[in-house]
Design a protein around this ligand. Structure first.
Ligand SMILES: *[C@@H]1O[C@H](CO)[C@@H](O)[C@H](O)[C@H]1NC(C)=O
Ligand SMILES: *[C@@H]1O[C@H](CO)[C@@H](O)[C@H](O)[C@H]1NC(C)=O
Length: 214
């Protein structure tokens, strides 16, 4: 999910929003099952993903951004993922240093806020979470609940977090201290109960005939 790159995305200014992802089955050995960014300079908001099955992928859900992007990634809700064999279940990167040119605004600091992950089971994983925000603008409102990650043999560092803030509950192995543990009985992370503007959307039927040259 993208929405434009640095100063060009900021000037175009159109968010990617009201995105619904359901019943996705995915194999993605060199990338994420669901990735947001790194080009997100028009903003990304109201993303709802559920019932995701994936195997042999690099990461489960990834958020990428960098100083110079501006805008935001917010109100992202993911629940019911069943994953097998990956490096990172949850991966966030605030220093994704790639820019279209040197005209980007170093004061355009992106905001990442309101990210909820729940009901996740993952097997044969290198790290449960690698969450790296931006030192001057930590990622906030991160919630992880009811997540069980079975690490691959010999993996001993389940989580790494820097410049992120939030809460966790019912997470095994326990999440980083910066995702303050609310106890297993805490309310789960939120998932919207209102209808998405995309509910009831019908794709147009169309026909495509491909012809081949010899
Ligand atoms: C926790 O997640 C599992 C599946 O990952 C689900 O079966 C169970 O109902 C969830 N528990 C709660 C309290 O939501
Ligand atoms: C576990 O993951 C490794 C790669 O990290 C893979 O080679 C192996 O086949 C996986 N094992 C199972 C049981 O899926």
């Amino acid at each position: 999910i993208k929405s434009g790159w640095d100063e060009y995305g900021i000037s175009y200014g159109m968010p990617s929003q009201h995105i619904v992802i359901r019943r996705l089955t995915c194999v993605s050995p060199t990338s994420a099952v669901i990735a947001l960014g790194s080009e997100m300079s028009g903003g990304i908001r109201d993303v709802r993903a559920e019932d995701i099955t994936a195997l042999n992928s690099e990461s489960g859900i990834r958020i990428k951004t960098a100083v110079g992007r501006g805008a935001y990634v917010k109100d992202v809700f993911v629940r019911r993922m069943n994953l097998n064999t990956m490096k990172w279940v949850f991966w966030m990167t605030g220093s994704y240093k790639s820019h279209p040119d040197d005209k980007y605004d170093p004061n355009a600091i992106p905001m990442v806020d309101g990210i909820s992950y729940s009901e996740v089971v993952a097997y044969n994983v290198t790290m449960a979470g690698r969450l790296e925000g931006i030192p001057s603008a930590p990622f906030t409102g991160i919630c992880v609940s009811n997540v069980t990650v079975q690490l691959a043999k010999s993996m001993k560092t389940p989580w790494y977090c820097a410049d992120v803030e939030g809460v966790s509950s019912g997470v095994t192995p326990a999440a980083c201290a910066s995702l303050a543990d609310q106890g297993a009985a805490a309310a789960p992370c939120p998932f919207p109960t209102d209808a998405s503007p995309m509910d009831g959307f019908q794709l147009q039927q169309c026909t495509y005939i491909k012809s081949y040259d010899a």
